[in-house]
Design a protein around this ligand. Structure first.
Ligand SMILES: NC(=O)c1ccc[n+]([C@@H]2O[C@H](COP(=O)([O-])OP(=O)(O)OC[C@H]3O[C@@H](n4cnc5c(N)ncnc54)[C@H](O)[C@@H]3O)[C@@H](O)[C@H]2O)c1
Ligand SMILES: CC(C)(O)[C@@H](O)C(=O)O
Ligand SMILES: [Mg+2]
Ligand SMILES: [Mg+2]
Length: 347
């Protein structure tokens, strides 16, 4: 473990230097890693592990996603199986179905979790909310997680570019005495950059807060609010979209990613800096109560309850698609589609 000072707080982290890929390969040499589910994380993790030289198979029910797995190079009967067959062959079961589907399939998965096998998650959800999910693994299997901090799509893209997303890792149950090294080996194997340790409760609590907050929910809310104010004051859609979204994603966020907020500010005009330095605090004051409310809704398990109830309904995909369509068809995001089509690199 390397000790790194994060803004004054020293934390133990694992980098690829302390735990190189060769070591991960050694730890996992005798394992058959069965990736169950080929949605978003499934492909990213399975393909990265395969390219990292690990012994990976995929378990996916027949349909569009199964066909995608075939198109990605998984071979039916050799590296691609129906879910139960993969569960039987796998020694490390990567449970990468949607969190709601994990509940439905649990009785099947449990049957194949014989002594000494490992159960791997990329989220603390199923275990933390076990009263709601019914996911209680047998005592003689190892249970751990590696949770990439980003979309499975980015996990794969960055890996292909020779980069890596950071991941958290946590051990919930160590039946064999080897759970921790298997967990870290898996986290490195899926293509992570550095790793930070957490536990299942903290992973799910921070993850649900982050995605509902600044990463996804809050950002759309704040975009919509500014866009509407600009439009209500007579600005054109293209002007409103550029001043709200396009400049942020194309110009300014890459600068923040590279060298921090102050550096992005320093690369803007003194006029912009003055305004931003004056206005960030009122935005913080206005939104902090909403973040506190959100955290509380996660902590009381209201978010988990809502997610399980709504995502377990048979027509949830249809309803979800309708809500996504509403976003896509809003004036702001239709303006966005037009703006994207005009990016010079798209010609
Ligand atoms: N999406 C991400 O990028 C991301 C990032 C970090 C962690 N995670 C976590 O990873 C896990 C997998 O999430 P995901 O977003 O990749 O999942 P997903 O929603 O993309 O679904 C994965 C798979 O579940 C299968 N599935 C759905 N219902 C099923 C059922 N009833 N029976 C059998 N198969 C069924 C689908 O065919 C699909 O292949 C979750 O725990 C999630 O919280 C996801
Ligand atoms: C990619 C995210 C938002 O980080 C993940 O947590 C998810 O649930 O998809
Ligand atoms: Mg999440
Ligand atoms: Mg997340």
């Amino acid at each position: 473990m390397a000790q790194i000072n994060f803004g004054g707080v020293v934390e133990d982290i694992v980098t690829r230097e302390e735990f190189p890929l060769e070591k991960a390969r050694e730890v996992l040499a005798n394992e058959t890693i069965a990736v169950i589910g080929y949605g978003v994380q499934g492909p990213g993790q399975a393909l990265n592990m395969k390219d990292n030289g690990l012994n990976v198979i995929v378990g996916q029910r027949k349909g569009k996603t199964y066909d995608k797995a075939v198109a990605d190079g998984w071979v039916p009967g050799e590296t691609l199986f129906e879910i139960e067959e993969a569960l039987e062959k796998g020694t490390i079961i990567c449970y990468l179905l949607s969190d709601a589907a994990q509940i439905e399939l649990w009785p099947t998965v449990k049957k194949y979790l014989t002594a000494g096998k490992s159960l791997y998650f990329s989220h603390g959800f199923g275990i933390t909310y076990k009263e709601k999910t019914g996911i209680v693994p047998p005592a003689d299997v190892d249970v751990f997680l590696a949770a990439p901090k980003g979309s499975g799509t980015s996990l794969r893209r960055l890996f292909v570019e020779g980069k890596g997303l950071n991941s958290s890792f946590a051990v919930y149950q160590d039946a064999t005495g080897k759970a921790r090294e298997k967990c870290i080996a898996m986290a490195i194997g899926v293509g992570s950059g550095y790793l930070f340790e957490t536990d299942f409760y903290k992973e799910v609590t921070s993850d649900l807060t982050g995605e509902r907050g600044t990463l996804m929910g809050a950002i759309q809310g704040i975009f919509a609010a500014q866009y509407e104010v600009l439009r209500e004051n007579g600005h054109s859609p293209s002007e409103a979209f550029n001043e709200t979204v396009e400049e942020l994603t194309q110009s300014l966020m890459p600068l923040v990613a590279e060298n921090g907020m102050d550096w992005m500010y320093a690369n803007c005009s003194t006029t912009a800096q003055r305004g931003a330095l004056d206005w960030w605090r009122p935005f913080k004051e206005a939104t902090k109560p909403v973040f506190a409310q959100l955290y509380n809704s996660v902590k009381t398990q209201a978010e988990a309850e809502r997610s399980i109830t709504l995502n377990s309904q048979p027509d949830y995909r249809v309803k979800l698609e309708a809500e996504l369509e509403e976003l896509r068809e809003s004036e702001m995001w239709r303006a966005g589609a037009a703006v994207r089509s005009l990016r010079p690199e798209r010609n």
